[in-house]
Design a protein around this ligand. Structure first.
Ligand code: FAD
Length: 377
C-alpha cells in the first residue's frame, strides 16, 4: 500500500504540470480528476484494476487534503458523453471529461498484472519550478522520506553579488544601446586552491534610463545618480558562493490558502563568499578608475535571482537527491530540470547552464522513454 500512496503523491503534485486542462480557467482547490488507469492487458483479471487504481489514488489525494473529484461525478460525465465506464480514453476525451467535471488537474496512469505482480506505471513527469519552488513541491509530497542523501531542500546557493558604478566625465553609452558585452574572467580560478571555489567574474551592465534610476536607485543617491545617469558605467561582480548544508528550503508550520505548508527559506553567506565578492569589487573599482571614472558607489545585491542547488545531482543516491540524468533517485519517472540540480553555483550567470542541462535531460528522456516504466510495485 505504501507504493500506492507514494505514487499518488508524485502524480498528484507533479503530473498536473504536464497535463494542464487549458480550457478550465481558474485553478481551484479540490478539483483533481483521477481517471481510471489504463489496463493494457484488457483481460478479466486486470480490467477491474483500472477503476480500482483510480479509486485508491483519489482516496489518497483526499487523504492528503488535496481534493479529488468524486467517482460519481466522473461517471456522470462519462454518461453524458455516452462513454462506457471501462473504455480506454484518448487524451482529448480525458480533457472533455475534465471540462465537464470542472477539473483543474488530471491524474492518469496504467496498471498491469504480469505473473502475479501488480505494476503501476505513471508517465515521465518533469518538474521545473526553480530552486525554491521545486524542493517545496517535493517536500510537500514528502519525497524527502525516500531521499537517501537527506539533501533535498538543502545547499541553496545564490551568488554573492555587488554592483559598482562610476561617474565619468563623458557619456558612457551615447548610442543608448542595452549592452552587456564585456566579461572579465582573468581571476576566475585564482582562489580555487585556497577556497575550493572559483572567484567569479565581472561583467558590464547597461545603466538604466534616468527615470528608473530616480525611482529605484540607491537610497540617498537617487537624485544625483539620475542626473548623472548618462555618464555612469556599472560593473556587476558575481562571486561564487559556497554550498552550505544549512542554507535551504524547509516547510513551516504555517499553511497557505490551500492549506499547504508555506516554505521557509534560509540563507547566509559565508565569510569566504563575502571575501570573494569584495575582491571582485576592488578589481572592478580599479578597472573603472583606470578607464577615467571619477567617483563611484557600490551596491550589494541581496536577491535570490541566481538561486540554485536545492536538489543537487550526484552519482550515488547517498550524495544527492537527483541522479546524473536529474531523475529523483527514489522516483525514476520524476525529473527535475531547473537550477535545483546544481551542486555548486559556479561564478557565472546560471541560466545557460540550466538551459543546457534541461536540453540534455530532455534528450535523455526522449531516448530512454521506452524504459521509463516506474518500478513502483
Ligand atoms: C532580474 C533578474 C535578472 C537575471 N539576469 C540573468 C542574466 O543576465 N543571466 C543569467 O544567466 N541569469 C539571469 N538571471 C537568473 C535566471 O533568470 C535564473 O537563474 C533562471 O531563470 C533559473 O531557471 P529555473 O528554471 O531554475 O527557474 P525559473 O526560470 O525561475 O523557472 C521556474 C518557473 O516555475 C514557475 N513556478 C514556480 N512555482 C510554481 C508552481 N507552484 N506552480 C506552477 N509554476 C510554478 C515559475 O513561475 C517559473 O516560470 C536573472 C534573474 C533575475 C530575477
Amino acid at each position: 500500500m505504501t507504493s500506492w500512496l507514494l505514487l499518488a503523491a508524485v502524480i498528484a503534485e507533479a503530473a498536473p504540470a504536464q497535463m494542464p486542462i487549458r480550457s478550465v480557467p481558474a485553478l481551484q482547490s479540490g478539483r483533481i480528476l483521477v481517471v481510471p488507469f489504463e489496463t493494457p492487458a484488457n483481460d478479466g483479471g486486470s480490467y477491474w484494476l483500472g477503476d480500482a487504481a483510480a479509486v485508491l489514488v483519489a482516496d489518497d489525494v483526499n487523504a492528503r487534503g488535496l481534493g479529488a473529484i468524486p467517482r460519481r461525478a466522473r461517471t456522470r460525465a462519462y454518461d453524458q458523453l455516452h462513454l462506457p465506464s471501462n473504455t480506454l480514453l484518448s487524451e482529448a476525451t480525458v480533457i472533455k471529461v475534465g471540462q465537464i467535471v470542472g477539473a483543474s488537474e488530471v491524474v492518469v496512469g496504467r496498471v498491469q498484472v504480469e505473473s502475479g505482480t501488480l505494476t503501476l506505471r505513471a508517465r515521465a513527469t518533469v518538474l521545473s519550478g526553480g530552486a525554491i519552488s521545486s524542493p517545496t513541491l517535493m517536500l510537500r509530497s514528502r519525497l524527502n522520506e525516500r531521499d537517501a542523501s537527506g539533501m533535498l531542500g538543502r545547499y541553496l546557493m545564490r551568488h554573492c553579488n555587488a554592483m559598482i558604478g562610476y561617474v565619468f566625465p563623458f557619456r558612457t553609452n551615447p548610442e543608448q544601446v542595452n549592452h552587456k558585452q564585456i566579461c572579465i574572467t582573468d581571476a576566475y580560478e585564482s582562489v580555487r586552491a585556497a577556497d575550493g571555489t572559483a572567484l567569479g567574474i565581472i561583467q558590464d551592465m547597461c545603466m538604466p534610463p534616468r527615470e528608473m534610476v530616480r525611482a529605484l536607485g540607491p537610497r540617498g543617491f537617487r537624485w544625483a545618480a539620475s542626473l548623472s545617469a548618462n555618464n555612469i558605467q556599472t560593473l556587476l561582480c558575481i562571486a561564487e558562493d559556497e554550498p552550505q548544508a544549512d542554507n535551504g528550503v524547509t516547510l513551516s508550520a504555517r499553511t497557505d490558502a490551500f492549506d499547504l505548508p508555506v516554505a521557509t527559506v534560509r540563507h547566509e553567506y559565508s565569510a569566504g563568499d563575502v571575501r570573494r565578492r569584495d575582491a571582485l569589487v576592488r578589481t572592478a573599482r580599479q578597472v573603472l578608475r583606470r578607464a577615467g571614472g571619477l567617483v563611484g558607489k557600490v551596491r550589494l545585491i541581496d536577491s535570490f535571482s541566481h538561486a540554485v542547488g536545492t536538489a543537487r545531482f550526484a552519482t550515488r543516491p547517498e550524495d544527492g537527491a537527483l541522479s546524473p540524468e536529474c531523475r529523483v533517485w527514489a522516483f525514476p519517472n520524476l525529473f527535475v530540470v531547473d537550477g535545483s540540480f546544481m551542486p555548486t553555483s559556479g561564478g557565472v550567470n546560471p541560466s545557460l547552464t540550466i538551459t543546457a542541462n534541461a536540453l540534455r535531460v530532455a534528450a535523455h528522456i526522449r531516448d530512454d522513454f521506452a524504459a521509463l516504466a516506474t518500478n513502483t510495485r
